[in-house]
Write a protein that binds this ligand. Structure first.
Ligand code: AMP
Ligand code: MG
Length: 489
């Protein structure tokens, strides 16, 4: 019996059964003194893990990468990707996959450590992560989950007792990340570039079995169906991002999952003032991943996925391209349909009218013109309290408002039902940048995690509209320097 038999680990390692080109087995890179600073009981419970045992030193040693849980088989995944449009070989340079936890309800989740040390894919990097960015990923990913957006989750953050060198010396940390899988568009790009066709096919079949089990493996063109299914999930996901004003920041193909979950929280942030050109990431100088560009970039990434599948779609390349093209072409329409449905809900509209798109566009134009806060505008609609901002005071808005009310009358559902629909679709709060920074500052520089705990608590029910959440709806004080996020590498 191993000493962690009471932890609840129940690993399987299906990824490690793929051809060896897809990973590199790894030893652990122990750290000086792992200390637990954040732990997610809800996630631990849903995974069937023993929360109490995991929070004791034996458990913390595992979350810090100093000890291997029984049944785990640590490996670094190989992948490639287009980074800001340029193709590179990448791979887990600072992460390890411990294995897949099979939950009591039979679901399979990757358990990974981020910041766990060097691997063959580290290139020049140290394989480590700083505490601030790991806490940031914890906060934002948990907020996204609460908002109802598919995402990786965060089980724990452990400090390493070591410092790492960035622009300054920073405390090191390791995040335990939980995801449906870490299969990425970039995993397929890697396979298409460096693996055999047979290996590519094994990977694709694996992805189908793991994420799209409804696809029939025996008839039809299953790889075309895989492309279609991934496209649908990505179109849905990015529409959800847009609807809450989330900006991922690094939509490189290695950061786009096959499962349709959001992963790799780096320089991401939520938009305050509505402006499609909003970019927070310090490295995104061209605005490639600006808020307004996320939907077309999602399509671009899907096209890269399609390219990697071409050899499986048809033996004749021209034929394969024609078939794939017909699927990819659906992306803009599917994205728009998802977005429009979501926007209607944000405006309390149940039924569809031809002119809805125009009504929404007019609102967004006004919001941009009057520099309205994205979240708070829809929150005000939900609370039926449209006053006290330059937007709400404008004549143009008042005209729009009349049209909107007339539109809401043209549906069977009651006023109350319409209001409830808005309530369910317009978050009262989001992780506003100044509040996230405040929480990180307290945690990283003072070791005070109360600010973060309180923020996490508020963010755990974004549609609750409670009195305690009120303070988190306030905007940052005006500043001359735009908010900037950094990659945290
Ligand atoms: P990311 O920006 O986190 O998506 O990472 C892009 C690539 O850089 C991935 O291959 C990472 O594994 C790698 N990488 C990021 N940070 C580090 C680091 N500190 N050490 C080694 N590799 C890293
Ligand atoms: Mg990445």
């Amino acid at each position: 019996m191993t000493k962690d038999n009471n932890m609840g680990w129940n690993f399987d390692n299906s990824y490690a059964r793929l051809p060896s080109i897809f990973y590199s087995h790894q030893q652990l890179n122990p750290v000086q003194s792992p200390q637990l600073v954040v732990f997610n009981e809800a996630v631990a419970n849903s995974l069937g893990l023993n929360s109490a045992a995991l929070q004791r030193q034996e458990g913390v040693d595992m979350l810090g990468g100093n000890d291997i849980p029984s049944g785990a088989l640590p490996l670094a995944q190989a992948y490639a990707g287009h980074q800001f449009g340029h193709f590179n070989m990448l791979g887990d340079g600072r992460a390890l996959l411990l294995g897949e936890q099979i939950t009591p309800s039979g679901r399979r989740y990757d358990i990974g450590l981020k910041g766990s040390g060097r691997t063959p894919f580290s290139r020049g990097g140290d394989g480590r992560a700083a505490l601030g960015p790991m806490l940031r990923e914890y906060i934002i990913s948990e907020a996204m989950h609460a908002l109802g957006i598919p995402t990786s989750r965060s089980l724990a953050v452990v400090t390493t007792g070591e410092t790492i060198q960035r622009e300054t010396e920073l405390p090191g940390a390791i995040l335990t990340r939980v995801a449906s899988s870490h299969l990425r568009v970039g995993t397929f790009q890697f396979a298409a570039q460096w693996a055999s066709k047979e290996e590519l096919q094994i990977l694709a079949d694996y992805a189908i079995e793991r994420h799209y089990p409804k696809i029939d493996m025996t008839q039809g063109n299953r790889y075309l169906q895989l492309l279609q299914a991934v496209l649908e999930r990505q179109a849905k996901l990015i529409a959800k991002w847009q609807l809450v004003g989330f900006i991922h920041g690094v939509m490189n193909t290695d950061n786009m999952t096959i499962s349709g979950e959001t992963i790799d929280y780096g320089p991401c942030a939520f938009m305050d003032t509505y402006n499609p050109a909003t970019v927070f990431s310090s490295i995104d100088r061209q605005g490639r991943y600006a808020y307004g560009n996320q939907p077309p970039i999602g399509g671009w990434n899907i096209a890269r996925f399609a390219e990697s599948l071409l050899p499986l779609i048809h033996d004749n390349e021209e034929e394969a391209v024609t078939l794939a093209q017909a699927v990819i072409e659906q992306y803009p329409r599917l994205y728009n349909a998802n977005w429009l449905t979501g926007m209607r809900a944000k405006l309390g509209i149940f039924n569809e009218e031809q002119q809805d798109g125009k009504l929404i566009d007019e609102l967004l134009t006004l919001m941009e013109q009057y520099e309205a806060d994205y979240t708070n505008t829809f929150r005000a609609f939900t609370l039926n309290n449209c006053q006290g901002t330059p937007l709400f005071d404008s004549t143009a808005f008042k005209q729009w408002y009349e049209q909107w009310q007339a539109r809401r009358q043209r549906q069977e559902e009651s006023e109350a039902a319409s209001q409830q629909l808005m309530h369910d679709n317009n978050p009262a709060i989001i992780p506003r940048n100044h509040r996230v920074e405040e929480a990180l500052e307290a945690a990283v520089t003072q070791g005070d995690y109360q600010v973060m705990d309180k923020l996490l608590q508020a963010l755990s029910q974004p549609y609750a509209y409670t009195a305690e959440q009120e303070e988190y709806t306030k905007l940052p004080a005006p500043t001359d320097c735009p908010y900037q996020t950094f990659c945290g590498t």
